[in-house]
Design a protein around this ligand. Sequence first.
Ligand code: BGC
Length: 503
Amino acid sequence: MNSEDLQPLLDSPTHQGNENILNRYLNNVQNKNLYLATFAAVLGPLSFGFALGYSSPAIAELTNVDDPRLALDKDAASWFGSIVTIGAAAGGIFGGWIVDRIGRKLSLMLCALPFVLGFTLIVSAQNVWMLLLGRLMTGLASGVTSLVVPVYISETSHSRVRGTLGSCVQLMVVTGIVGSYIAGMLLDWRWLAVLCCIPPVFMVILMCFMPETPRYLIQQDKTSEAMAALKFLRGPNADHEWEYRQIESSGDDQETSLAFSELRSPAIYKPFLIGIFMMFFQQFTGINAIMFYADTIFEEANFKNSSLASVIVGLVQVAFTAVAAMIVDKAGRKVLLFISGIIMAISAGVFAIYFKLTTTVVNNSSGLQSLATGTPISPVDHLAWLALASMGLFIAGFAIGWGPIPWLIMSEIFPLRARGVASGVCVVTNWGCAFLVTKEFHELMVSLTSYGTFGLFAGFCALNVLFTAFCVPETKGKTLEQIEAHFRGSGSVQEYGSFADIQ
Ligand code: BGC
């Protein structure tokens, strides 16, 4: 794997001409229906955010519930939180399989079923097993959604807005997480589960009126439906027949499935490895461990209301993910990944130093006195601002790059016929690593100490930066077909036809 940018290819004179033609085409495009289709699709990630966030308020109640059949002990509570990630990893395998067989739209609509069934099981649970099975089902739905929605959005979008629309996936995930934290302050765990059924139901209803992606339809030889989908998505003024021809002639669609032997081809294994490593690195930043640890940090800073603490952390994520979505098509993916990786490496490093200082200070505590009041200050309180600041910075750093962009890049870099399988492998890697990090976090804190654990995360964040520099291609402003041509190393992008074709 090396880091050739798309730039040399795109600077060629033929390419300049092609870019002009593409720009002329895009100038006539109307995005209203594309935004509508994206809105319908991202109700999926909203549902998955609700499913992820559900455990936090529900566990707080279910560990103290009166009914002994439903009361969660420490072990069951930890499974109630983490089993979603196992379901989601399984959802990645299942999603990768169905997305190429029944299509993107139907796969997405199908997700509503395990979401609603899972939450219904939770609402009607008679024992802990039913609660866990319900969580597993909502996890399965989350896994399929995390694969299908980025693919649906990237295949319906065009290069001018693909980054922004693709980043809305993560924006809706974090909005869903905060949504369930806030709703959890007002509703009990059963009513909260009922509320969690609303986004997937709306998603199904709206998706009935949205088209399948033109690229999938073209691959299935459904010409007239693909034309109709493009016409709907690009509006009446765009020459959608021209875009149809570009996708059709991309050269990848003659084959509809991937042969195992093709894994030796750089056009397949390069994007495959980039996708897998991006998911690995996203999880080994330690984001889920840090989010999980947020309550404790806030408590140490004398912030007693830990549900409010989670809401604040969530809102920081929403705000910075929104910033990323707004600028990603202008700034580019790599710049944001760099900024994000550097901020996280520094803040995780400071976090590690905080732990080093507090343990040392506690050990040598000599009874510090507050100058103003004369009361003793706990050394941990004294440094709490450092923990809060570095945690806030870390979360903001993640949200601006490594949160949304791995999902975006996953949906952009695979050739059409490898998209289902390859995205499935990425989703399994992501959720598998999420499970590992969250489940092993406590062990890690014991064996490596807090200082060592956060130092390790800082190290991984620094590696992220190197990985971005050497391995991640810049996909800003490119069509999916151009990105595919880059990995094929064919040295030329597809011809765009002439101006006459567009007007
Ligand atoms: C990650 C999840 C994480 C979520 C919220 C996603 O991009 O894959 O593991 O929980 O963001 O931050």
